[in-house]
Design a binder for this molecule. Structure first.
Ligand SMILES: *[C@@H]1O[C@H](CO)[C@@H](O)[C@H](O)[C@H]1NC(C)=O
Ligand SMILES: *[C@@H]1O[C@H](CO)[C@@H](O)[C@H](O)[C@H]1NC(C)=O
Ligand SMILES: *[C@@H]1O[C@H](CO)[C@@H](O)[C@H](O)[C@H]1NC(C)=O
Ligand SMILES: *[C@@H]1O[C@H](CO)[C@@H](O)[C@H](O)[C@H]1NC(C)=O
Ligand SMILES: *[C@@H]1O[C@H](CO)[C@@H](O)[C@H](O)[C@H]1NC(C)=O
Length: 364
């Protein structure tokens, strides 16, 4: 049941009856939020990325009131603070100030943290990308970075994205410094290094290890390759727990609920947990929101995606890649596109917020 103040036209009668119904009070009193509904629907959390401390979020009190509200968010992901360029800007010189500032938020607010990420082709400092490496010296670099981060953050990480975006859209392995130097063997190795690091972490076995990628939300060559990748690690007896589906979608181009369910089940059937880790649904033309179907379609796309997670037993949670348009990564990466989040930049909720609530409360 949905009744939005933000402008989707529903019958007035339907709205006034639903107003009296339980579950609708959140529109008025905000006594419940997305994380409350997610837990009730059987998920572990509803979460968001946050770019603290490197963006304006760091001093934005109105933003932080929502971020800190565990009724809305039971999990947070550092958008940048744990990436390689932030944590090992010079070889062997580990800097955790930004990450610790970030972690102050979830620690005081009792939110789970999906730590992000250990190995990626992007946001690498130049000493990594322009270094002269042999197979052995680059493996030593990986081992040192992974061991140091896993042991430093310990069980403050509910999960780690151990490996991020190793695949091309056609399912082949991405050419980057890791593949070009170590070959495909780097993939099981990075998970092995992460597992070995847990020997130095009390209770560390409970930290979940993920492979995280985009464009794997539809059945197809990339999703199939991701499945082969994670199976290849698991078949070697190395710890890997789940697959993160980033889920950066476009209004009107989002895979259907059934398609997403079928795709998620291909991973869970092979023994992996799954999570939607970076969900947003952007408009392809910010000057014309009717392209793709408008706010109502965006709401439906959010609803379908979150409902697919609820439908799949081992889908543990959903994370949006920041919750309001003010701090969205989209316009900077896809010029002319945007408005992909569930709150407008002025922190009023979009119909998409109601789409998420609808997905999470369908079975109430
Ligand atoms: C959010 O929580 C952090 C960590 O406790 C705190 O420093 C910050 O002041 C809080 N922000 C607001 C607006 O309550
Ligand atoms: C797959 O995609 C990559 C990256 O775009 C490209 O370099 C490669 O040639 C493609 N391979 C095949 C078999 O199409
Ligand atoms: C790099 O070393 C690993 C063993 O540590 C090996 O499996 C892999 O094939 C080597 N890669 C290359 C490109 O020789
Ligand atoms: C976006 O929409 C505006 C307004 O309708 C239009 O003028 C413009 O050409 C569109 N841009 C693209 C890239 O389609
Ligand atoms: C917030 O921003 C949206 C989009 O620009 C606008 O439609 C809405 O009226 C604004 N709400 C308030 C309370 O300013």
């Amino acid at each position: 049941m949905r009744c939005s103040l933000a402008g989707i036209s529903y019958a007035l009668l339907a709205c006034s009856t639903t107003l009296a119904a339980p579950g609708w009070s959140h529109r008025w009193k905000r006594s419940k939020g997305l994380n409350d509904y997610a837990k009730k629907a059987g998920l572990l959390y509803f979460g968001t990325a946050a770019d603290i401390p490197s963006s304006g979020e760091n001093t934005d009190v109105a933003y932080q009131r929502i971020l800190n509200n565990t009724h809305e968010f039971g999990q947070v992901t550092p958008a940048n603070a744990m990436k390689w360029d932030a944590t090992e800007p010079q070889q062997g010189d580990f800097t955790f100030g930004a990450a610790e500032q970030f972690l102050g938020f979830p620690t005081s607010n009792h939110q789970l943290v999906r730590c992000h990420n250990l190995v990626w082709h992007s946001q690498l400092p130049s000493w990594v990308t322009s270094g002269t490496w042999t197979n052995a010296t680059l493996q030593a670099v990986l081992k040192s970075h992974i061991t140091t981060l896993v042991q430093h953050f310990g069980t403050r990480c509910y999960a780690w994205d151990v490996l991020n975006e190793a695949l091309n859209d056609n399912g082949t392995l991405r050419q980057d410094v890791w593949l070009n130097t170590i070959g495909p063997a780097y993939i099981p190795l990075v998970f092995q290094f992460a597992e070995e690091a847990l020997k130095g972490v009390k209770g560390g076995r409970r930290i979940k290890f993920y492979y995280n990628d985009y464009g794997i939300e539809n059945p197809g060559p990339k999703s199939a390759a991701a499945l082969e990748l994670v199976k290849g690690v698991k078949d070697r007896g190395i710890k890997i727990d789940g697959v993160g589906l980033q889920s950066h979608f476009i209004v009107g181009g989002t895979p259907s609920r059934e398609t997403q369910v079928q795709n998620l089940q291909s991973f869970t059937a092979a023994g992996f947990d799954v999570a939607l880790t970076e969900l947003d649904v952007r408009f392809s033309n910010v000057s014309d929101l009717s392209v793709g179907g408008g706010l109502e379609q965006q709401s439906q796309d959010y609803e379908n995606s979150v409902a697919a997670c609820v439908d799949v037993k081992r889908c543990v949670g959903v994370t949006v890649w920041d919750f309001d348009d003010k701090y969205s990564w989209i316009p900077g990466t896809f010029p002319g596109q945007g408005f992909g989040d569930i709150w407008w930049a002025n922190l009023t909720m979009k119909p998409a917020y109601d789409g998420v609530v609808a997905a999470l409360t369908e079975r109430d």
